[in-house]
Ligand binder design. Structure first.
Ligand code: GLY
Length: 272
């Protein structure tokens, strides 16, 4: 049995659930025809990166200088292969560049090196700035830089299995108003995401707090021990500091689960 879960980020509006749903359905179509879970989660992330309502790819958050967009993305499969990019600018689909990094001997490329790697592979220049992201930045300035609003949208992600293999993907524009050069939980294995032979995990929320706890790896270990997906998600959310955003989607042999300590648009699709 195949299964895929997608999310539009901790804080994303459940009224926009059609985005994660479309991504789950299209990723599910790939799994149903025999494509790998890795292909499925990358496809799901591309769909969500192209949806300007979510903070990844088109619609990514604006940094503290009021104009710069720097994006992080990653993907991982159950064989331990991991690929990530960080601080990538002016690219339409960072997750596709992260997927390409997986095929190199490196696990992550950042900044100018990631940029020239993308250019070498033929990824064209693209401006992901949207009016919605500029509006969010203006609201941030009006709050005198006192952090993101409670409904700050953060990160898109997907987890999938074909019944045997597992994979996870993430993509983000980071946090509105953060310093140019700030890196969160997305481009490090075990922080924002983890996949292994028994499960896949994709987190969303305050990257610093997620990374400090290596949260995706903790979730994976518990799932690999046979804990119920819904119980793992609920417990990790309960233990996370309430003042910080957290969302999780997970899948194991026992099924899938998702949840957040904020509102969150997320979806699940499955089939035989
Ligand atoms: N969770 C995404 C970030 O903090 O960058």
């Amino acid at each position: 049995m195949w299964r895929v879960l997608t999310h539009g980020g901790a804080g994303s509006d459940p009224a926009h659930v059609d985005g994660p749903k479309a991504a789950a359905v299209q990723a599910g179509q790939l799994l149903a025809r025999g494509d790998s879970p890795l292909d499925a989660v990358v496809r799901a992330a591309v769909i969500l990166e192209d949806d300007p309502r979510f903070n990844a790819g088109t619609g990514s958050s604006i940094r503290a200088d009021g104009k710069t967009i720097e994006m992080d993305a990653s993907c991982m499969d159950d064989t331990g292969h991991f690929g990530a990019v960080t601080l990538l600018r002016r690219i339409k689909n960072p997750v596709l560049v992260a997927r390409a990094v997986m095929d190199t001997r490196h696990i992550a490329l950042g900044g100018a090196g990631a940029q020239s790697f993308a250019a070498e592979l033929g990824f064209g220049e693209y401006d992901p700035t949207t009016e919605g992201a500029l509006k969010k930045f203006r609201a941030f300035v009006e709050r005198e830089g006192r952090g993101p609003d409670p409904f700050e949208k953060d990160t898109v992600g997907a987890v999938a299995t074909d019944g045997k293999r597992f994979a996870a993907s993430l993509s983000t524009g980071g946090i509105t108003g953060s310093r140019v050069g700030r890196i969160g939980d997305v481009p490090s294995p075990g922080c924002g995401l983890f996949a292994g032979p028994q499960a896949a995990v994709a987190a969303t929320g305050t990257g610093e707090e997620i990374a400090r706890r290596a949260l995706a790896h903790e979730a994976y270990q518990r799932l690999a021990r046979g804990e119920e997906p819904a119980a793992v998600v609920a417990d990790l959310i309960e233990k996370f500091p309430a003042e910080h955003d957290l969302g999780l989607i997970v899948v194991s042999g026992l099924g899938g689960a998702g949840g957040s300590n904020r509102r969150m648009a997320w979806a699940e699709a499955s089939g035989a």
